[in-house]
Design a protein around this ligand. Structure first.
Ligand code: SAH
Ligand code: SF4
Ligand code: F3S
Length: 435
């Protein structure tokens, strides 16, 4: 079986996409060519996500479709479903050749050699330090806004969530390798660095004895002149230290926008979710952030229909949304995940009610987002230009400090520019302007 070209598909979060980019870099360095069409590839890589039922199901239907093409090829399933289902995957679909967890995917090139001797290859160990060592200096240009993974894994064990099982325990990468990667990205055109982690604000450099924390890392990165903006995601409320909150006040490259998922506004549900904070604790953190950085905006994730969520609990979530006025959010219907604590509970909320609650919640979030966007109409907003439309060269895309998408008509911009743009119109998703 020849392995000259590969196709990779991502199913998951930002870190899953980042991992796919790393894999692409590794394989290209071994002389393989990336194919955009799976029909033409010798190696097909599915980089999977297990967070909700739907994402995991989609994988098997995609493999089924590939099967029908009959071409002799290698199929590798990597990522969080691979970790969760392990060798079961070979039983579920016999065309899978390689199964690799998210903390061992750097072994893929070796496995492709080994597969010539042994048909099925698997590794789902948490060898994350080895992975980071291997990957640290390898990265593909990502553009003006670039991601750097600084932390992986989770020790929190929220009752509904698979991540602690699929990504393993919390692990932080060394500050020196993060800085090297950031410098490389800057040399490739990055002007904004988004620090990534499942619990990014739990970051602590445990590879050296200085134990550098996230606020210190942000301060160091902001010394790189070309970096104009810094963001970090995703944070857990219990790791919002006073030092990190203060960094929002003192570091002007740190953007006034924070993704801080609350999940529910009901203290009863938060306790059942094992989120380790209650409604008031979350509100207090937000107040501290608003005090440190007036004008900071918050986004969140919400889960509706968690087992035992009453009308009252749901109303608590709506009330919290009214109070905090989250300007962007993701919201999901609770999905029962095998192996998690919540899976042992009876799923008491009927599907029709879950759907209805999601609709009400999303409507409210959309209205808040729209009125926030409207408040910028007629004003000048600083936008970091990320790219230029390929089909119409007069149009550019960028983002505001609050992460709003902006479409700009201009004849004198280039990606990487940081410019004040006059906003003429908007909808709930985007702003439109010119310069
Ligand atoms: N570490 C982050 C989020 C990781 S997962 C945090 O703690 O907030 C991204 C989001 O998926 C979560 O915030 C949650 O809203 C959602 N999610 C996770 N498990 C889920 C499940 N079983 N059902 C529905 N949504 C889920
Ligand atoms: Fe999942 Fe909770 Fe960990 Fe976030 S903090 S990754 S929701 S277990
Ligand atoms: Fe999915 Fe794994 Fe990310 S489960 S959300 S790909 S950490």
């Amino acid at each position: 079986m020849s392995n000259n070209s590969f196709f990779v598909k991502s199913y998951g979060c930002q870190m899953n996409i980042y991992d796919s980019q790393k894999i692409t870099t590794i394989l290209e360095s071994k002389g393989l060519k990336e194919e955009n069409n799976p029909d033409n590839a010798d190696l097909i890589i599915f980089n999977t996500c297990n967070i909700r039922d739907k994402a995991a199901h989609k994988l098997y239907s995609d493999i089924g479709r590939i099967d029908k093409l009959k071409k002799e090829r290698t199929i590798a399933v990597i990522g969080c479903v691979a970790q969760a289902e392990n060798e079961e995957m070979f039983k579920k679909n016999s065309s899978i050749d390689i199964v690799l967890g998210p903390q061992s995917y750097h072994l893929l090139p070796q496995m492709m050699l080994d597969i010539k001797n042994k048909k099925k290859q698997i590794n789902t160990e948490f060898i994350i330090n080895e992975k980071f060592d291997y990957l640290s200096e390898q990265c593909k240009p990502q553009g003006v806004s670039s991601f750097v993974t600084i932390q992986e894994g989770c020790d929190k064990f929220c009752s509904f969530c698979v991540v602690p099982y699929t990504r393993g325990p919390e692990y932080s990468r060394s500050t020196s390798s993060i800085k090297n990667e950031a410098k490389l990205l800057v040399s490739q055109g990055a002007r904004e660095i988004i620090l990534l982690g499942q619990n990014v604000n739990a970051y602590e450099d445990n590879t050296s004895n200085n134990g550098e924390k996230l606020n210190q890392l942000i301060d160091h990165l902001s010394e790189i002149d070309e970096i104009k903006r810094i963001r970090y995601t995703t944070s857990h409320p219990i790791n919002m230290s006073d030092q990190l909150i203060n960094c929002h006040s003192t570091n002007h490259k740190l953007m006034p926008f924070l993704h801080l998922p609350v999940q529910s506004g009901s203290s009863k549900i938060l306790k059942k979710m094992n989120r380790k904070y209650d409604r008031d604790y979350y509100r207090k953190i937000i107040h501290k952030l608003q005090h440190a950085k007036p004008g900071i905006e918050i986004s969140s994730d919400f889960i509706v229909g968690y087992p035992g969520e009453s009308e009252r609990d749901f109303q608590d979530t709506l009330d919290l949304i009214d109070e905090i006025k989250f300007t962007q959010s993701y919201s999901f219907i609770y999905s029962k995940r095998p192996g998690t604590k919540a899976a042992e509970e009876d799923d008491l909320v009927p599907t029709s009610i879950k759907k209805e609650r999601l609709k009400i919640l999303q409507q409210k979030l959309m209205e808040i987002q729209y009125s926030f966007n409207k408040s910028f109409c007629g004003k000048d907003v600083e936008v970091l230009i990320e790219n230029q439309s390929v089909s119409n060269r007069e149009y550019f895309f960028g983002r505001t400090p609050h992460m709003q998408s902006v479409y700009v008509k201009s004849e004198n911009l280039v990606p990487g520019d940081l410019k004040f743009i006059n906003i003429s119109t908007c909808n709930h998703k985007s702003l439109y302007g010119s310069c």
